[in-house]
Design a protein around this ligand. Structure first.
Ligand code: URA
Length: 235
């Protein structure tokens, strides 16, 4: 791939803007030698203003989504892309979230430009466990774990029952719910179905991957070991 296109695809600017950056000498190799647009060098050898390039296509990251942000590009309010470098919005292929978290839900959100990986994660066949920490408006009544584990709970306006889900009760108003599906507003609707209301919702884990000590609003790239943990269920 030509260098101008390669760099433009990473969102650093339009092809015209990248061509201008070459002319200005801002694009160099690792030793600081100015590169020309028709040079034949690989992604890893390129620097812009002395900085290595963002990863090429196949980039996956985790974001600790704070409350108040939507997983949309179009929402007029705060969106998850505001928490990432501006150029990530202009990447080709597009960087998108793997499923969604509601505006009022915080926690682990994966983002990738790898369509095959995205489908592998969200595919019902993968049955990847997603763990949600829940704060409830009312005390648990005691039978919720059984109802959620039954595999027969039907959410309003749906025609297939939910797969079994596991509830771990911390105290009367706090619990962790592990689900393997990703239906619309699933956790909130599950608790509504048992007469409760979710006051706060936080996703702490997907498969074997958790946020670790990543603070709210921050993100980090995932590497092969992270993806292995994601699918392998390792801690
Ligand atoms: N379930 C919900 O209700 N909301 C989320 O954001 C995720 C799961």
């Amino acid at each position: 791939m030509k260098l101008v296109k390669l760099i433009a695809n990473l969102g650093y600017g339009s092809r015209k803007e990248i061509a201008a950056m070459f002319r200005e000498g801002r694009i160099t190799d690792a030793q600081g030698e100015v590169l020309y647009a028709d040079d034949k060098v690989g992604h890893d050898a390129i620097r812009i203003d002395g900085e290595p390039l963002d990863p090429p296509a196949g980039m996956t990251l985790m974001l600790h989504k704070p409350i108040g942000y939507t997983c949309s590009t179009k929402d007029p309010g705060r969106v998850i892309y505001d928490l990432l470098p501006l150029r990530f919005r202009a990447r080709s292929p597009l960087l998108s979230s793997v499923g969604r978290l509601d505006r009022d839900t915080s926690g682990l959100l994966l983002m990738t430009d790898d369509g095959a990986l995205l489908h592998r994660i969200v595919s019902p066949k993968a049955k990847l466990a997603k763990v949600y920490e829940v704060t409830l408006a009312q005390d648990l009544r005691g039978d919720e774990g059984e109802v959620f584990a039954s595999g027969t709970l039907m959410l309003e306006s749906e025609n297939t029952p939910l797969a079994p889900a596991a509830l771990e009760v911390h105290d009367a108003r706090h619990a962790a719910l592990t689900v393997t599906e990703g239906r619309y507003h699933q956790v909130r609707r599950m608790f509504a179905a048992v007469g409760n209301h979710v006051d706060a919702l936080h996703r702490s884990r997907i498969g074997g991957l958790s946020l670790g000590d990543l603070p709210a609003g921050k993100w980090r790239m995932l590497d092969a070991a992270d993806l292995n943990a994601l699918f392998g269920g390792a801690a």
